[in-house]
Design a protein around this ligand. Sequence first.
Ligand code: ADP
Length: 472
Amino acid sequence: MEHFHMIIDGKNTGGELPVLEVTNPADASVIATVPYAGGKEARQAIDAASHAFSAWAGLSAWERSDRLRKWFELIEENKEDLARTMTLEQGKPLKEARGEMNYANGFISWYAEEAKRVYGEQIPATQQNKRLFVSKQPVGVTAVITPWNFPAAMITRKVAPALAAGCTVVIKPAEQTPLTALKVTALAKKAGIPDGVINVVTGDAEAIGEAWLADDRVRKLTFTGSTEVGRLLMKGSADTVKKISLELGGHAPVIVMDDADLEKAVAGVLASKFRNAGQTCVCSNRVYVHESIVDSFTEKLTNEVKKLKVGRGLEEGIDLGPLIDDSAVAKVEKHVSDALKKGAVADYHGSRLDGLFHEPVVLSNVDDSMLCMNEETFGPVVPITTFKSEEEAVRRANDSIYGLAAYVFTENLSTGIRISEQMEYGIVGLNDGLPSTPQAPFGGFKQSGLGREGGHHGIEEYLETKYISVGL
Ligand code: ADP
C-alpha cells in the first residue's frame, strides 16, 4: 500500500506523522495512507506560501501563464492515472472521472490565458493636473478547502485562478479524497511552479482550518462544501477580515413546462440528477412537471432510469458508483421512506445493495411537506411533483434558502427567458442539464454561497483593486 506525503515548500513532508487511511467506497478496502497533520503543519504551509508570495506575484503574467500551461500539459499526459485514482478513492464511474479530469484541467488552461487579461483602468480626473489609475494586485496567501465529490476540479477551479492572479495557496483536500489532490499538485512542481506556491496539508480539518483562520497572513479563504461548515468558516474569517468565496449546498429545482420537449427534459434530468450518483451540489433535487404532461414525462424518465447500471466505478458500462459513506446512504433511505410514508408513489424503487451502493429511485405524487423537497438528498432519488401555472412553479422553485442551480425545460423561448430571469439561482440550465464549464461563472445566490468561480469573473476573487491618484 502506498503512503503519500503532503507537499509543503515543494518538499514531501509528514512522514513522521500518524496516518489517515484512504478507503475505496466500492469495497471499503484501504488503498493508501496520508499524513494526519494538524495546526503546526498548517502554519508551516502558511510560512512557505508567504515566503513564496512576492517572487510568484512578481513574475510577469506571461511567465505565470507559461507555468500554468505546462502544468496543464503534464495533467493531460497523466489524465488516465489521475482518473483511476479518483475512481478508486471517490467511487465515481471511470467515464465520469475522465470527464472530471477534462473539466478540472479546463480551468488550468482557461486561467493560463486569463492571467494575461488582468486589466487596469484609467479614470478621467476632475482636475487637469491629476491622473487616476486603477490596478489589480493579487490578494495574497489563499487557503483552499475542498470537498470529496470533485477531487480534482474543486482544487483546480480555485488554484488555477489564484495562481494566475499571483496568489500562493495552502490546500486542504477532503479527508476522503486526498490522493487525486496530491497527485495533481505534485505535477505543478514538475511544471516549474516554484516551491511554496502550492502547499497541501492533509489531516485534521478542524485544527488545520483553525490555524488558517487565525493567521492574518492568510488573506483569502475559498471553500466548497456544506453550508454548515461554510457558515463556520465565514464566522471564523471575521476576526482577521479575510476575503472569502463560498460554494455551498444546493437544492436544485427543475421546471418542466407543458410545451417542453420531453426527450430533452428527460435527458436533462438524467444528466443533472445522476452524475456522481446524485452527489453534486448542482444535481437536480426536485422536479416540478406541468400536470398535463406528468404521466408521459414520468414514464419516459422511469424507462431510462431502469437502464442505469450500478456498480464498481472501474468496471465497464457503470453509470452509478457507490455513495461516499454510510451516512450518505442513510440520508437517501430516510428521504425515500419519509416520502413514501407521506403519500409518494415509487415509480421505480431501486434497492440498497451491499456496501454503499444504492440504485435509483423515482418518486411521484410528491408534495412540499416531504424531506426530499426541502433538503439536498445528495443521492440518486428523483422526486416529481406537479404544478398548474407558471407562477406556481416559479414560486415553489424559489421557495428555498438555497440558490445555486435551477433547470427549466420549455420549447418556448419567451417562456424560457421569462422563467430563467425570475429564478433566484446563480446558474440556470435552460434546456440544458449540464451547464458547468470553465469559461462561465459558477456560484450561488442566497445561502448557496458567495463569489463566483470560472470565467473572467473567477479571477476577480483573487485580486485586490488598487486606486492610485497622481498629482502632476
Ligand atoms: P461534506 O458534507 O461534503 O463532506 P464538509 O463541508 O463537511 O462537506 O467538508 C468540505 C471540506 O471542509 C472538507 O475538506 C472538510 O474536511 C472540510 N471541513 C470540515 N469541517 C471543517 C472545519 N471545521 N474547518 C475547516 N475545514 C473543515
